[in-house]
Design a protein around this ligand. Structure first.
Ligand SMILES: Nc1ncnc2c1ncn2[C@@H]1O[C@H](COP(=O)(O)OP(=O)(O)OP(=O)(O)O)[C@@H](O)[C@H]1O
Ligand SMILES: [Mg+2]
Length: 388
């Protein structure tokens, strides 16, 4: 027989609640709070049956029976959820005389909750990690897409820039042929005259050796000059491969030597004034082409003017550690309405103009040489400023 008092005494200070069950699975005694774990319906009958009070034991009758017969040591149901929100663990122990079983209930709600919240947190962390991974993946894909787009755009722009440069080069080739024509006219006519003279003298038998040598030398020097101009032009239009130090005045003079004949024929006077000796580090040929573009625009504008002296003034100045070149004409200035867009491609007021000259010039000075190119109207005309 079991001793209720004794069991009560044993568990009085324990965390467990308990009930004592006889061989018919009736609950013969239970601790004060054990009721909380029983199905309320079980109290309707006179005797409280374990299987009704704790339905978790349904199906475990054989195991309980085995416990009575000492065939098994203990029964443990690790986690049982009790409505509304309790977790308990149940253990069944034999009494020493095998007359009763003692069912122990331990409330593990706090521990379970804690574990669950850890699990949940872990899960949430996992989800978060997954989400971050996914976001990273999306970002990477997006970046990749962007990179592709940017590369494509850059390539397109490069193509466009390349096309623009080609167009300008073609336009400049045209100009070059025009300039060569001017430069060549005079020496060619000298050569023609000398040739004719020699022929006549020879035919009339009056050609002395001194005259012959003198005329031939002159003729050869004219030919050398022609050769020289072609070389100059060719050099001029070959893109610079690397940056070099160049003297600004010398560079200007070499540009002017190419165009002087043509400008002189149009009655355009070019005045070069070196206020400071300036040396520059950059792409010399490209710089020369910028100067040429500006000079040609000035010439075009001057040719529209009649009845006044046509003048272009070039000034070379040092500004801190920069070079500043100012090219000013007296052709009346840039029309107000295009002033703001003058460096935009395809902006032109000329019938045959491509509107690329200044656009390319600005790109060369500001992108390739990290300088600045801008323009202002003056009292008499336009003044271009090139700072490198
Ligand atoms: N010195 C100047 N005086 C007056 N107008 C000017 C002067 N320089 C440029 N312009 C104006 O700026 C416009 C743009 O010049 P830009 O050199 O870019 O193109 P363009 O000369 O018309 O054509 P191209 O591509 O053949 O050079 C010109 O059409 C002209 O109207
Ligand atoms: Mg132009």
């Amino acid at each position: 027989m079991y001793n209720k008092e004794m069991i009560n005494a044993i568990f009085a200070h324990h965390l467990y609640d308990y009930c004592v069950v006889d061989r018919a699975f009736n609950i013969v005694s239970y601790s004060e709070h054990a009721e909380a774990y029983f199905d309320p319906a079980c109290f309707e009958k006179e005797e409280i049956n374990l299987l009704e009070a704790v339905p978790e034991f349904v199906g475990l009758e054989d195991t309980l029976q085995a416990l009575f017969q000492n065939q098994s040591n203990a029964l443990h149901i690790p986690t049982v959820f009790k409505v509304p929100d309790q977790y308990i663990t149940i253990r069944v122990e034999q009494s020493r005389d095998s007359q009763v079983l003692i069912v122990l209930f331990e409330n593990i709600t706090d521990a379970t909750m804690a574990r669950q919240s850890v699990l949940q947190a872990n899960n949430e962390n996992l989800l978060l990690l997954k989400e971050i991974e996914e976001k990273n993946r999306q970002l990477e894909a997006y970046n990749h897409e962007m990179e592709k787009l940017v590369t494509a755009e850059v390539a397109k722009n490069l193509d466009k820039q390349h096309m623009l440069e080609l167009q300008t080069r073609h336009a400049q080739m045209g100009e070059m042929i025009a300039m060569i024509t001017h430069q060549w006219k005079q020496p060619l006519s000298v050569i023609q005259t000398l040739g004719t003279l020699l022929k006549i003298k020879y035919a009339s038998g009056k050609l002395s050796e001194t005259v012959f040598t003198e005329k031939i030398d002159n003729l050869l020097s004219q030919a050398t000059y022609l050769n020289q101009t072609v070389n100059d032009f060719q050099k001029f239009f070959t893109p610079s491969k690397k940056k070099v130090h160049f003297d600004m005045k010398e560079t200007m003079m070499s540009v002017l030597s190419l165009i002087e004949m043509e400008y002189a024929l149009q009655n355009i006077e070019i005045d070069l004034c070196e206020e400071d000796v300036v040396r520059v580090y950059g792409y010399e040929n490209e710089y020369k082409q910028v100067i040429l573009s500006i000079l040609q625009n000035a010439k075009d504008a001057l040719l529209l003017q009649t009845g006044q002296a046509r003048e272009i003034k070039i000034r070379i100045r040092k500004k801190e550690n920069h070079s500043l070149v100012m090219i000013e004409d007296n052709a009346g200035g840039i029309p107000e309405e295009i002033m703001e867009h003058i460096f935009t491609q395809y902006v032109s007021t000329k019938k045959e103009g491509s509107g690329l000259g200044l656009h390319i010039a600005k790109s060369v000075i500001e992108n390739n040489m990290q300088g600045k190119l801008w323009v202002q109207n003056t009292k008499e005309g336009a003044c271009f400023f090139i700072e490198v």
